[in-house]
Design a protein around this ligand. Structure first.
Ligand SMILES: [Zn+2]
Length: 358
């Protein structure tokens, strides 16, 4: 087989080889093509071999230069295509090696990805705060470790007072001169707030104080040793019992719904005078009477009353100038009533089948 040695014939060979090189899709296909192009019987190699048949020296030199250029062009095309294909294969390898963590979870653990949610008690606390903030209250917090003064004495419960029996207190041995304890109610935050308001001259006070409380109670359907309360305090000039009743009723309808109402029954608390327990329409029977409400149509939610003058005196407020009211109730109890939870212990058992319902 004779090979073309003129410029147009060589040009056609280079064009043909370049097209084949460009259409090689993989490195191995390119390697195969390169072997063919460099084989003894490849057209360009045949052309080079036939140079010896040219007798005129000048013509042989010129033709040899053309053949050499053609072979260089083909080698350059092979090298360029090789570098392109290597880059493409490297990219593909990186994509194969990339870690897809979601894929690992789905493929290996075989559980669907589930979105978490806030615990029912946290949701209830946030909803209660929303209602009170909407009524113009601020939200305040206080420490969970208190001294005897804040938890009892400033709230008109001196040492030896029979009211201390109402609170099975967990005391702490911190080696301090003062008696330290885990707060049994959120009421000490009232004292902190009033002291601060007096010191900074920022009376009046309109605040709710949510938080965790502790009592040495054995857990049962209605009691937990660690529980949550929300407490409200309004101190201003000219505050009356009517304001208290109005706030309780407004809150009850806003949180539980317009068909749930409140009523106050006389009670005793050391830090309020007069004091009341507040009851709301039974959320199970809506006032008809059922087992939960002992057929009365009402269930107790919390306690309230007018701030006792002794509490004002403990923090340096003149009870002749200021008056106020306070109220408090359990956040856990609120969740229990609103969602009809029979046993409060379900709130702390961490059974996901229970927790995921809310
Ligand atoms: Zn009922």
């Amino acid at each position: 087989m004779s090979a073309p040695l003129d410029a147009s014939g060589l040009g056609a060979l280079v064009a043909q080889a370049s097209a084949a090189i460009a259409s090689s899709a993989t490195l191995s296909a390119l390697d195969e093509l390169a072997t063919t192009l460099r084989a003894k019987d490849a057209p360009l190699l045949l052309a080079r071999r036939s140079l010896g048949e040219i007798t005129d020296e000048a013509e042989r030199k010129a033709t040899g230069a053309r053949v050499g250029e053609a072979m260089e062009a083909v080698n350059a095309a092979l090298a360029a295509r090789r570098s392109d294909l290597e880059a493409i294969e490297r990219r593909a390898q990186l994509e194969r090696d990339a870690l897809d963590l979601t894929e690992v979870v789905v493929d290996q653990v075989r559980v669907p990805v589930r979105r978490g949610s806030l615990h029912l008690v946290t949701q209830t606390r946030a909803a209660l705060e929303d209602v009170f903030v909407g009524m113009g209250f601020e939200v305040a917090e206080g420490p969970e470790v208190e001294t005897d003064w804040y938890n009892f004495e400033a709230l008109n419960i001196p040492p030896g007072h029979p009211a201390r029996d109402m609170y099975d207190t967990m005391y702490l041995d911190l080696g301090l001169p003062e008696t330290a304890l885990l707060r049994t109610h959120t009421s000490p935050t009232q004292i902190h707030l009033l002291e601060k308001a007096v010191a900074e001259g920022t009376l009046p006070v309109h605040a709710v104080m949510p938080g965790r409380c502790y009592r040495l109670d054995t857990p049962d359907a209605r009691h937990l040793p660690v529980f949550h309360q929300i407490e409200g305090l309004v101190v201003d000039k000219g505050i009356t019992f009517g304001d208290l009743a109005g706030v309780i009723e407004t809150f009850t309808a806003a949180y539980f719904g317009p068909d749930i109402h409140s009523r106050l029954r006389p009670a005793y608390f050391p830090f309020t005078e007069p004091s009341a327990e507040f009851e709301i329409t039974c959320t199970i029977c809506r006032g008809e009477g059922c087992r939960t409400c002992s057929r009365t149509g009402w269930i107790e939610l919390g306690g309230c009353g007018m701030v006792d003058p002794a509490v004002f005196e403990a923090v340096g407020i003149d009870p002749a100038e200021y008056s106020g009211f306070a109220f408090g109730f359990g956040i856990d109890r609120c969740a229990q009533m609103r969602h009809g939870i029979a046993d409060m212990r379900a709130l702390i058992e961490n059974d996901l089948r229970f927790a995921r319902q809310f």
